[in-house]
Every structure is written in C-alpha cells, then in structure tokens.
Design a protein. Structure first.
Length: 205
C-alpha cells in the first residue's frame, strides 16, 4: 500500500535566488569587516575574503566584481547597522538622552565593537583621491551629517546649534581615541575607566 503523501510535510522550501544572493553578500561583507580588523586594509583581496566567507570566488565576484565593490558594500553594511541601532534609531522628537546616556550608547553600539577598527581602516582609505576613496567618502559624509544631527537633538539641543554640534563631535573624538587605545591595550578595564572619567569631565563642559 502506497503512503499517503498528502499529509506529509513538504520538502524544505528552496531559497530563492535573491535570498541566496543576499546571504552571499552578507557573508562576504562580514568576512571583509573581520579581515580588516585582523590583517588591515592593504592585505584585503578577493581570494582572501572568499576563503574567509566560505564562498566560491565565482559567487563572490558575481556579487562584487571588484575589490572596491566589496569594500564599499562592507562599509555601507556597517554604517547601516549603526543607523538602525540604538541610539540613532530613536526618534529625537520623542526621546531624550542625558550626555552620560549618549556617551554610553555610542560606546556600546559603535566604538567598543571590534568592527570599529575596520571602520577606521576604511575611513583612512576614504582620504585617497581615487574611485574607492570617493565612494567611501560619500557614505561617510552622509552618515556624519545624519549622526551628528540626531545626536544633538537627542540631548535636547537644536540641530543648528554650532556649539552643541562641536560638543557631540568632541564626545565622538574622545570615544574614537579610546577605541583605538583599546585595540592594543591588554587590560580590558582601561577603556571602562577612561569612559567613566570622560563622562565625569563632560558634565563640566
């Protein structure tokens, strides 16, 4: 007697081409960011990233025909994650943060993550006067404008207030320095102590 297949669960649904492509893109971008942390911008190559992402070189180059395409996509992915995460996903018309809360949020979301070193590698590359530099700079400039505008408003200041904008940039500059220091400091507590010291200092600014 033959089995009644109508009551059996269907075979695993096959992923669409778009889903497979998106998975490949995500794996390649993630591998690129981690490789930037591990070996630096100068050592990035499509064969290296294909190996790290565990995808074929053909699949990688189908999504990213050039090394530059791959680096730009990785940077866009990282900036998109920052934009969509706390605190920048907050509506500044409905939410307020103290300076301490803003500093903590920026540190935990952006600067304490190892991928920030990858961002620094790409930010330095954006200074180059070539195709890659221009593409990275376009992403960076747009993000900086959006980031600073939201941050200023979240602490209750006017987005057009020059001094408030400078204070936000000062917070970011200090956190950037701590992030770089953390990348070679063997004591994980140092960054925490520096953050607390900066918050104490910032309350007086």
């Amino acid at each position: 007697m033959s089995a009644d297949t109508t009551s059996l669960p269907s075979a695993q649904t096959r992923r669409t081409q778009a889903e497979r492509s998106q998975e490949t893109r995500s794996k390649v971008c993630e591998a690129t960011l981690q490789a930037l942390v591990d070996v630096g911008y100068a050592q990035i190559s499509t064969p290296l990233i294909a190996q790290r992402a565990e995808v074929s070189r053909g699949a990688l180059t189908h999504q990213f025909p050039t090394r530059n395409d791959m680096l730009v996509a990785a940077f866009e992915k990282l900036v998109g994650e920052w934009r969509d995460d706390y605190p920048f996903a907050l509506d500044p018309d409905k939410n307020r943060l103290s300076v301490d809360e803003l500093v903590d949020a920026l540190w935990s979301t952006i600067f304490s993550n190892s991928h920030y070193i990858a961002a620094m590698e790409l930010m330095l590359a954006s200074r180059q006067n070539n195709e890659l530099g221009h593409a990275l700079r376009d992403i960076l400039v747009k993000w900086i404008r959006e980031r600073d505008r939201i941050a200023v408003r979240l602490i209750g200041e006017n987005a057009g207030d020059t001094e408030a904008g400078l204070k936000v940039q000062l917070h970011l500059s200090v956190l950037r320095g701590i992030a770089i220091h953390q990348s070679f400091d063997s004591d994980p507590e140092t960054a925490k102590k520096l953050i607390e010291l900066w918050k104490k200092t910032a309350r007086k600014v």
